[in-house]
Design a binder for this molecule. Structure first.
Ligand SMILES: [Zn+2]
Ligand SMILES: [Zn+2]
Length: 197
């Protein structure tokens, strides 16, 4: 699994001296969207049952209502290929998908305060189905990516045997590998090749 970042970590104190590419909540939402896509990117299904979905939801700090049903799981799994397609699209294609996600999820941006968190943006009600809330949160974050012309930060892992997606949030746009250790594996392989050479 990728590194756990809490979705509502968005509302903690901003890191001093760290220049974000997007707003913190947007960056967390993008990471969560990539992590969701990647649960379906490997040979083994990483959301095989309701328990694995519970763990994913807890790990990313999703709040709001849950059904804990097979139908809820199926809806979340069905969202993955819709999101995944955005990585293959140009701006016009990505806009079509994002606008459809916003429309289907009946997105209505509202500032809210809940639990220990100060005002932040929700665009769905806490009672909306989990998959709809996930879809709209991802779409809202992608709105920022597209309108700032940063869609090329959406990448697929450079390792030959890995189909994970990633969002390069580095300042110098240098990120090429996913968070499953593909970068380390590539470094080791390059080191061995140098020694052999
Ligand atoms: Zn919230
Ligand atoms: Zn990878």
């Amino acid at each position: 699994m990728s590194k756990i970042i809490y979705a509502h970590d968005r509302l903690g104190a901003p890191l001093k001296g760290v220049k974000l590419i997007f707003a913190h909540d947007t960056e967390v939402a993008l990471a969560a969207a990539a992590a969701l896509v990647n649960t379906g990117a490997q040979a083994e299904e990483e959301l095989p049952d309701v328990e694995s979905l519970d763990a994913f939801v807890a790990g990313w700090g999703w709040t709001g209502s849950r059904r804990h049903t097979r139908a809820e799981l199926d809806a979340v799994r069905a969202l993955r290929p819709r999101l995944r397609r955005i990585w293959d699209e140009d701006a016009d294609g990505a806009v079509t998908i994002v606008n459809t996600l916003l429309r289907d999820g009946q997105a209505l941006p509202q500032l809210v305060k809940h639990d220990e968190w100060d005002y932040h943006l929700h665009a769905t009600s806490p009672e909306a189905p989990l998959a709809d809330r996930m879809a709209v949160e991802a779409a809202m974050a992608l709105v920022d990516v597209i309108r700032t012309g940063e869609l090329d930060r959406l990448r697929v892992c450079a390792a030959d045997d890995c189909d994970d997606v990633l969002i390069d949030l580095s300042k110098n746009r240098s990120r090429r590998f996913c968070e499953r250790g593909c970068g380390n594996r590539a470094n080791v392989a390059a080191y061995r090749a140098r020694r052999r050479g």
